[in-house]
Design a protein around this ligand. Structure first.
Ligand SMILES: *Cc1c(COP(=O)(O)O)cnc(C)c1O
Length: 623
């Protein structure tokens, strides 16, 4: 590709991206593919001769997009937002174009200097104490960009480990490092991100996972007690990781209590604000950061909630020398004459090579301004509150977290309702209408609803709630059906083969009773189908059948596709002379269908059934 073609393809790509972002809402939010789907679509060997751009791009729409989960979709409410905005995309584009690798100041001075400056900007916006910034007089603190929060936690834990071993070494000069290491213990809450556990595992240190309080906040007293117990056993506390905005439910550890205790105990306190840390740019949330003055390090991910594309995890330390001491190795070929007065970010993290990531964050902050970014955060918080209000208005549901940021955890009420909530979530996710993920809160299965889309609107929240309540209603109705009919739901759901073995007869009286219990307007609409919502009596013959009772659950699951067939068959018998015969002929596994029709519904029952609901209209169905 030459420059001339690049100009053309580049413009086309920008158009493609703009078009994608504008119309992403028309796609299914999650892909409907099975593992390995792409293997069948893409050759197993790389092309020997280069291919033309149009052929390559054509494959994007036909092969790649069908397997993409659309994180920028207005119906995407899973995990946390994946930061994205036009200025950020342009920043990364420019960074790629420059293609510099800024591991040291000398390797590309602007790369390092812009990073330092932008981190100071953001640090001030968040309200970090001035020790965390690079530019105040005599400061030994500063900020750096890492690829992920997991990396931030790891390097801070490594720095804390190095510091503590150094301190112990001074006290016990003849004791092996390995022996000293075996005494170290770190702390975090049960609600901390799994990356803390991973970091401790990599660092080969003990980690004590503490219980948070009823609001899922780690409290000072719990930490103090653990530290005291461990010290009494001869262990050496060296690291505490507190979370502002936990991943499962965005709860906040009590930093004001933890801070002084961690500091007093001589540990390195790290504060992980991967998601909610970004919200600290709004003054109204800064109270949650009280106690930060006791921390040694802090991180948040603008690539989660500050409109900046992955990767962009920002981290600040109070003492950069304590960080770099754990990570410096300095071979001759990387040394340069300015190292005394400049920052070499290769000593601040694990990789040597670094992208020019500061550009995108700089573009975002300048283009939105602090006010624009605050509005973005506040809007997400407002919408989460709207969603929370909708959940609270419906007594079938409960809210399971304190909603402060953009996340609402909720569930169908009831103590033993984990399976029901799982089913609700999987039904919704399977539909491709919304995407959410679960979490365990107080040992209960909850559904996480996160406001994610860049320009999320009230109507998106209302739509989401409509979908959720629609599926919940169906599921709850199906539960009644299940209870009433006594059909072994699990067996029915698993496979059509198994269904064939279920010998159960549904009495018509039971079905009628059940229709009453689910309050369906049988008389008015004159349709069986209204038990579940769609279709009509005709559909007993044609498409929908009894399956409609609760759509996917309950009777519907009598052989999903097969239900069509067997009801169809029954319908045929009934509607002799009617119009639907051919359509009703079972297409798949006819023998099973036949078997089902005999086993599940007796002929007379069905006649009576159809007859009853059919009296007013559909003549063709009357025998
Ligand atoms: C998302 C998250 C992480 C992990 O972030 P990565 O950047 O993917 O490593 C860590 N901590 C918290 C609180 C998170 O929400």
């Amino acid at each position: 590709m030459d420059t001339k073609e690049f100009r053309q393809r580049g413009r086309e790509m920008v158009d493609y991206i703009a078009e994608y972002m504008e119309s992403v809402g028309e796609r299914r939010v999650t892909p409907d593919v099975e593992p390995g789907y792409l293997r069948d679509l893409i050759p197993s060997k790389a092309p020997y001769e280069g291919e033309g751009w149009p052929e390559i791009m054509a494959d994007v729409e036909t092969k790649i997009m069908p397997g993409v989960t659309h994180w920028q979709h207005p119906r995407f409410h899973a995990y946390f937002p994946s930061g994205n905005s036009f200025p950020s995309i342009l920043g990364d584009m420019l960074s790629d174009g420059i293609g510099a690798i800024g591991f040291s100041w000398a390797a590309s001075p602007a790369c390092t200097e812009l990073e330092t400056i932008v981190l100071d900007w953001l640090g001030q916006m968040i309200g970090l104490p001035s020790d965390f910034l690079s530019f105040p007089e005599n400061s030994i603190g500063g900020g750096v960009m890492q690829a992920s929060a997991s990396e931030c936690v790891l390097v801070c834990l490594l720095a804390a480990r190095a510091q503590k071993i150094k301190e112990l070494k001074a006290l016990h000069p003849f004791v092996e490092d390995g022996v000293l290491l075996s005494k170290l213990v770190a702390y975090c809450s049960k609600e901390a991100h799994s990356c803390v556990e991973k970091a401790a595992m990599i660092a080969f240190t003990k980690l004590r996972i503490l219980d948070p309080d009823a609001d899922l906040s780690l409290r000072g007293a719990t930490l103090a007690q653990a530290i005291e117990e461990d010290k009494a056993m001869g262990l050496v506390p060296f690291f505490v990781s507190a979370t502002l905005g936990t991943t499962s439910c965005v709860s906040f550890d009590n930093l004001a209590e933890i801070g002084p205790i961690a500091e007093e105990a001589g540990t390195w306190l790290h504060v992980d604000g991967a998601y909610a840390g970004n919200a600290m740019i709004c003054p109204e949330f800064k109270y949650l950061m009280k106690g930060i003055e006791h921390a040694m390090s802090f991180n948040c991910n603008p690539n989660k909630w500050l409109l900046t594309n992955f990767d962009c995890s920002t981290m600040w330390v109070r003492d950069r020398f304590k960080l770099t001491q754990a990570l410096v190795v300095d071979p001759l070929y990387l040394q340069h004459s300015h190292s005394g007065k400049s920052i070499d970010y290769r000593h601040w993290g694990i990789p040597l090579s670094r992208r020019f990531r500061a550009l995108k964050l700089w573009f975002v902050i300048r283009n939105y301004g602090v006010a624009g970014l605050q509005n973005y955060i506040r809007e997400h918080c407002r919408l989460a509150k709207c969603f929370e209000a909708l959940v609270r208005e419906d007594d079938r549901f409960e809210v399971c977290n304190i909603v402060r940021m953009g996340l609402v955890c909720f569930r169908l009420k009831g103590n033993d309702n984990n399976d029901l909530n799982k089913k609700l979530l999987s039904n919704i996710n399977e539909s491709g209408k919304l995407h959410m993920v679960p979490a365990a809160v107080h040992g209960k299965f909850v559904i996480r609803f996160c406001v994610c889309a860049q320009d999320a609107k009230d109507s998106d929240i209302e739509y989401a709630w409509d979908v959720i309540t629609e599926y919940a209603t169906e599921l709850l109705e199906a539960e009644i059906v299940k209870e009433k009919s006594g059909l072994p739901l699990d067996v029915l759901e698993h496979s059509n083969e198994e269904v064939g073995q279920v010998a159960h007869k549904v009495e018509i009286s039971e079905l009628m009773d059940l229709m009453e219990r689910v309050h369906m307007p049988i008389q008015k609409q004159n349709s069986i189908a209204s038990i579940g919502r769609q279709g009509s009596l005709a559909s007993v013959g044609r498409q929908q059948s009894l399956a409609i009772i609760g759509r996917q659950q309950s009777l519907a699951s009598i052989g999903r596709q097969q239900s069509l067939a067997y009801i169809g068959e029954v319908g045929n018998n009934l509607s002799e002379g009617g119009e639907q015969e051919t359509a009703n002929k079972p297409r798949q596994r006819p023998s099973l269908a036949k078997r089902l029709s005999k086993r599940q519904f007796s002929f007379t029952d069905t006649i009576e059934f159809v007859g009853m609901v059919n009296t007013a209209q559909d003549e063709s169905m009357n025998p």
